[in-house]
Design a protein around this ligand. Sequence first.
Ligand code: BES
Ligand code: MN
Ligand code: ZN
Length: 495
Amino acid sequence: MNFEIQKRQLAQLPRDAHDALVVVWSPGADSGQDLIGEWVNMAVKAGDFEHKAGSVLQSYGMAGVKARRVVVVSCGEGKTADHKAAILAAWASLKGAKVQSLGLHWTGDVSPEQMMQGAVALADASYTYTTTLSKPKARALTRVSLSAESVTAAHRHAVDKAAATVAGIETAKEWANRPANHATPSDLATAARAIAKGPQMDCTVLGPKEVSKLGMGSFLAVAKGSAEPLRFIVMHYKGGKTQDAPVVLVGKGITFDTGGISMKPAAEMDEMKFDMSGAASVLGVFKSLSILRPQVNVVGLIPATENMPDGTAVKPGDVVTSMSGQTIEILNTDAEGRLVLCDALTYAERFKPRAVIDIATLTGACVIALGGVRSGLFASDDQLATDLQQAGEASGDLCWRMPLDDDYAEGLKTKFADVANVAGRAGGSITAAKFLQRFAKKYPWAHLDIAGTAWKSGAAKGATGRPVSLLLEYVTGLTVAPAAKKVATSRRRAA
Ligand code: BES
Ligand code: MN
Ligand code: ZN
């Protein structure tokens, strides 16, 4: 998707040659002196257009306007969520129309953040998956010209960030959407190498032998039942100074989760191809970094394997030794995400990280707790939690902090190993996080449970590309000096 940004007045828009023109209307913006303004005034007087977020007015072949379609949409009270809803309503009203190039104009005040979220929402709504279709239809919308009456350097930066975010989201969606036979651990490794081709980036891929040598007995146990060899993917983005401690992103890369010997029921099991959405979000963030090139160091770790039942598969009750030295009793082979992540978390120690964030479709319990709106956020460090929460609000890719009281770890106790991999049903997303926390003691750590937010089920089945926006916002925020960041945050609150 190509974005450009220009300063423009309402009266200039009729001359712009787009397939469609979307005007986000603010109350009080109607001068009435120009073609589009007069048209809107007429509709308002007739009671056909109101200042309610998402209220839409559309015309075709308007005399004097180059764009075949013009859609005016109200942004209601002008809150960021209203802007997003307005743009999505305008796009929905264009459903079925051939729109390759689109002008997106704001008549009133629009913050850089609103512009970014609007651009990302539009790209999200116009995305289509095509990889495994025999006759792929090319995506229609490829060019978006954003414009507003006043355009600052911050708006231009926001549009650059939006373009990089969209590329990252689409990378994440692509890999998460692919069926498991088109997205094996080896395929993910190939994708990671391709993304890391650019300057300041590199990628190393370890196989079963190297992973054995590292002592990752927990990760290896999950991979035992699969005919596909596991891969441990290590990516580097070096935008900062050599001595700057990196942020480490760890993505759960279960390319298919059958549950193993503790097998899942058949209904909707196909959705377990999305169980590498955490890994896909790490690939997505690296794609974004390759475009945006912020001055920060980032490491990406992806433990990738299938979770399969087999004569060689790990069995309930088996005890394995993790890379940390802690022994784990695997009471349920379907709680495999934590088993691959714990070894990656231990591996992360070698980077002396400023923070480690793991991203995982970890528990069905998190879907029950938070649904598809907010990802579950768990953190051992309050500053890191606050930074991630704020990155979520700024990007519209929301999360919600969950507790980590030690009492929640009671159920993980067992006679037969240092820790069990499951506790009871109660508080399942929290007990999973408590398990991971045991392996993340040496640095500030956060865990994002994206089981509810990484994909949609039903008619809209497909990957969402979350939480690429949140992570990119967080990572780029680290390059801003603390004082400047404070200003940015208070402005955000005001908006
Ligand atoms: N990948 C699943 C979690 C999941 C389930 C994500 C449903 C999205 C929708 C994970 O590996 C899993 O199976 N978790 C178990 C843990 C349980 C055995 C303690 C779960 O949530 O049921
Ligand atoms: Mn599972
Ligand atoms: Zn899983």
